[in-house]
Design a protein around this ligand. Structure first.
Ligand SMILES: Nc1ncnc2c1ncn2[C@@H]1O[C@H](COP(=O)(O)OP(=O)(O)OP(=O)(O)O)[C@@H](O)[C@H]1O
Length: 493
């Protein structure tokens, strides 16, 4: 039997108290070793002794063969557990090959096989059995869909009772595409997400209309929409499995900062998305940490903008916007939130006030707030946390770069934040100007290389050949794109 190093492996009860764990079997025998899967910790399996929690020396195993993690939407919800294949020789889930760099949702008792050698090698075969803690398992409600009045099936989409997230307006659930399963029997079927919103009778939904028009790697991809007899609108979309940026930064009961490099890569991607949206006269209007989703909860991952619930398509009406919408903490002062909410108290989230209106630059203010938080862990206008103080502070727009959290941040990054958080809209950068800011421009070649080569090609998501031509044109000449598509393999009995 190949040696199995005990890197961070737990045994017995401590691991079984984790929300989920992996049991390690080698050559068909249970080794009694278990790897807990807990919040904020990736579990890597492979040959790399420095990075992996479970180190395997079998040569057919890749340096990092596969990665496991869990995502908690909030403390009350049942977490989602995922596995991502990063190997050369393939990872199998219940006997079916996973697509390389794709992420799959796990369920209790799933068996993950790391190599499928010949029969003589069966004694070396490592299997991981995924187990969910009994308490969590029993809280999954099989009648959830009926209770909520949601359909179980819409065309080829099968809707499950597993909730990915909840918002003010919608529930987001896991769904499968049965047609895909029939078309591709060798691969494990993928999971998708469906956002279900209750519409007011006879109202059409702007979110679905806007999303169906969009096609960008940093914007949530929508495949299909459907409205049932109860005015529930179903928006079928990609499942983005790394959780949102808020959860990624939240450790304990406060937000933490991330390195300048990691922040820059996220800012660059958000700007790609904003540039694309604003070029088409679409304004997001609710950009915040919670609406930025990560493909994997680790640095250098693709990020995706979600929740276009209050986005505005200015194509139908080229005027400036006047509706007070968004989230005060991220909201530009010109949008018109008032410290005295009486002015629009009768409306849930929106009101039209007498004012000069605002334009797409409100999204850049929100990006300024997001960048400030990523670099320092501090929300710039938070004050005492009350809506009144946030709105008042944002109106004044005073930033404090003397705080010790800024000591490790470059002057260029500070200048970027300052140029986005300008209360004077005319002086605030737009998305094109932001992409030319010295903080971005100085690192542009590295950013583009990482973006096109690593984030778009190796990270799950659109491959370059499927993307629009204007995206291809931006590819720097020096970058060689490696198409990491594994050969199709037969399903083993
Ligand atoms: N495609 C997706 N993949 C994975 N998670 C998702 C997806 N869409 C939404 N979520 C999760 O569900 C949560 C709620 O979704 P969303 O923000 O779209 O709903 P909402 O009702 O419009 O929310 P809000 O209260 O912010 O307006 C998100 O914060 C996110 O964590």
């Amino acid at each position: 039997m190949e040696p199995l190093d005990n890197y961070n492996l737990a045994t017995g009860n401590s691991a079984q108290r984790a929300p989920a764990y992996l049991e390690v079997d080698v050559g068909g025998y249970n080794t009694e070793q278990v790897i807990p899967i807990v919040k904020h910790q990736l579990v890597k399996v492979g040959r790399n002794g420095k990075e992996c929690q479970l180190v395997l020396t079998n040569p057919s195993i890749s340096s990092i063969h596969c990665v496991f993690w869990c995502v908690f939407f909030d403390e009350d919800s049942i977490p989602m557990f995922y596995v991502k294949d990063c190997s050369l020789n393939g990872t199998y889930l219940n006997g079916l090959l996973l697509k390389r760099d794709k992420t799959y949702l796990l369920k209790d008792s799933d068996v993950i096989e790391l190599s499928q050698g010949s029969r003589e090698n069966d004694s070396k075969k490592t299997q991981l059995v995924f187990m969910i803690n009994d308490d969590l398992q029993s809280s999954l409600d099989p009648k959830l869909l009926d209770q909520m009045g949601f359909l179980r099936e819409v065309d080829q989409w099968e809707i499950t009772n597993r909730i990915v997230g909840n918002g003010t307006f919608g529930h987001v659930l896991i769904t499968h595409n049965s047609k895909e399963r029939k078309d591709d029997a060798c691969y494990h079927p993928e999971n998708y997400a469906v956002k279900i919103i209750k519409l007011k009778p006879n109202k059409f939904d702007k979110e679905a209309r806007i999303l169906l028009k969009l096609d960008h790697p940093n914007i949530i991809k929508v495949y299909h929409t459907f409205c049932d007899r109860n005015n529930h609108l179903y928006i079928f979309q990609d499942l983005i499995p790394g959780g949102d940026l808020f959860s990624y930064l939240a450790k304990g009961d406060c937000l933490t900062s991330m390195s300048e490099t990691e922040s820059l890569l996220i800012v660059f991607q958000i700007l790609q998305a904003l540039n694309y949206l604003h070029d088409q006269d679409i304004v997001h209007r609710d950009l915040k940490l919670d609406n930025i989703l990560l493909c994997t909860p680790e640095p250098c991952t693709r990020i995706v903008l979600a929740d276009f619930g209050i986005a505005k398509d200015l194509n139908s009406n080229k005027e400036r916007m006047h509706t007070v919408v968004g989230t005060p903490e991220y909201c530009a002062p010109e949008v018109g939130f008032r410290a005295n909410r009486k002015a629009y108290q009768s409306f849930s989230r929106a009101a039209t006030l007498e004012q000069r209106g605002y334009d797409s630059k409100c999204d850049l203010w929100s990006l300024g707030v997001i960048t400030h938080i990523m670099l320092t862990g501090i929300s710039p206008f938070y004050g005492d946390g009350s809506e009144r103080s946030i709105i008042q502070n944002a109106k004044v727009g005073k930033l404090n770069f003397d705080l010790k959290q800024w000591d490790v941040v470059s002057d260029n990054a500070k200048s970027f934040v300052k140029d986005l958080l300008r209360t004077d809209v005319v002086k605030r950068l737009n998305s094109k100007q932001s992409l030319k800011h010295i903080w971005i421009e100085k690192h542009l070649s590295q950013l583009e290389r990482l973006y096109y080569k690593k984030i778009l090609c190796n990270n799950e998501g659109p491959k370059l050949e499927t993307m629009a031509l204007d995206w291809k044109r931006k590819l720097p000449k020096s970058v060689v794109i490696s198409q990491a598509i594994p050969k199709k393999k037969k399903v083993l009995e």
